[in-house]
Design a protein around this ligand. Structure first.
Ligand SMILES: O=P(O)(O)OC[C@@H](O)[C@@H](O)c1c[nH]c2ccccc12
Length: 264
C-alpha cells in the first residue's frame, strides 16, 4: 500500500516538473504560513484536525466534505493545527483543499501527502502550507535527511512520521523537530494504539511528539497523554462527525503530561 501510494505520488510529481520554475517562484513569494511546531506546545494535548474524505482502509468517510467549512469547524472546536490530506486517488483530497482551508481559518496547515520528491515540498510551500508530512518508512534515511534539509531551506516545517525505533533513529538523524508515531500500520492498515504507547516515550523531550490514528474519543487522548504525547492527529472520527465543532471540543483539553528527559 505505502509503496503503491509513493509510486503514484512520484508519477504525479513528474507531471509537475513542467511547472518547476513557476512553483519555485511562487514558493519564494508566498508568505510563510503560521508557525506549526510552536502551535503544538499547549498546556493540553493539542488536537491536529484532519480533513479526510476517504481512506484505503475505510472507503468513504465523508465524501462530500467541504475543506473550508470543516476547517472552520475544527478551529471553532479548539484544534491547534489542521492536517489537509491532498492525496487524490485514495483519500479524495486535492491542493485546492489547502487554499480553501487557508481562506477559512488562521490555523497552521500540515500538507498530508506521500511526499517523496523535492518538487512536492516546493509545491507545499507555494500552496501556503506551514508544514509537510514526511513518512520515514517511504524514504531511505538519506532521502529523509535531504528532504528535511530542503524543507528547512524553504522555510517549511515538517512532521516526520515513524512507527518503530529504527525509524525514530532516522527521524532524529534528520533533525526532525516534530515526530509523529502512526498507530496504523500502512502495510496492513491495522491500528494498534500500543505502537504509540511504546514509541512516544522514546521521543526526546525537546521534540514535539504526535500520537497519530485511531483516536475516536477522549479515552484515546488520555492514552496519548499518558504516553507523553504533545498532540494527537485525528482524521476519521471528526471528519465523519455530525457536529465536528463538538467532536473536536470533546477531544481538546486533556492535560499534557510531558516526557521524562532520556536517561544518559
Ligand atoms: O483517521 P484516523 O485514524 O484518525 O487517522 C488520522 C491520520 O493519522 C491518518 O490519516 C494518517 C496517518 N498517517 C498518514 C499518512 C498518509 C495518509 C494518512 C495518514
Amino acid at each position: 500500500m505505502l509503496g503503491e501510494l509513493s509510486a503514484a505520488a512520484r508519477e504525479r510529481t513528474a507531471a509537475l516538473a513542467a511547472r518547476r520554475q513557476e512553483l519555485e517562484r511562487l514558493a519564494a513569494e508566498a508568505p510563510r504560513g503560521p508557525a506549526f511546531a510552536a502551535a503544538l506546545g499547549r498546556p493540553s494535548v493539542a488536537v491536529i484536525g484532519e480533513v479526510k474524505r476517504r481512506s484505503p482502509s475505510k472507503g468513504d468517510i465523508a465524501p462530500g466534505l467541504s475543506a473550508g467549512e470543516q476547517s472552520a469547524a475544527y478551529e471553532a472546536g479548539g484544534a491547534a493545527v489542521l492536517s489537509i490530506l491532498t492525496e487524490p486517488a485514495r483519500f479524495g483530497g486535492s491542493n485546492a483543499d489547502i487554499a480553501a482551508a487557508r481562506a477559512a481559518t488562521a490555523l497552521p496547515i500540515l500538507k498530508k501527502d506521500f511526499h517523496v520528491e523535492p518538487l512536492q515540498l516546493v509545491e507545499a510551500r507555494a500552496l501556503g502550507a506551514s508544514a509537510a508530512l514526511l513518512i520515514a518508512r517511504a524514504l531511505h534515511p538519506r532521502d529523509l535527511k535531504a528532504l528535511s534539509q530542503l524543507a528547512r531551506d524553504l522555510a517549511l516545517e515538517t512532521l516526520v512520521e515513524i512507527r518503530d525505533e529504527r525509524e525514530l533513529d532516522a527521524a532524529l538523524a534528520a533533525d526532525a523537530a516534530v515526530i509523529g508515531v502512526n498507530n496504523r500500520n500502512l502495510e496492513t492498515l491495522l491500528i494498534d494504539l500500543a505502537t504509540g504507547e511504546r514509541i512516544v516515550p522514546l521521543i526526546p523531550a525537546d521534540r514535539v511528539a504526535v500520537f497519530e490514528s485511531g483516536v475516536y474519543g477522549v479515552a484515546e487522548v488520555e492514552r496519548a497523554a499518558a504516553a507523553g504525547a504533545d498532540a494527537v492527529l485525528v482524521g476519521s472520527s471528526i471528519s465523519a462527525a455530525a457536529d465536528p465543532v463538538a467532536a473536536v471540543r470533546a477531544l481538546a483539553g486533556v492535560p499534557r503530561r510531558g516526557r521524562a528527559p532520556a536517561a544518559a
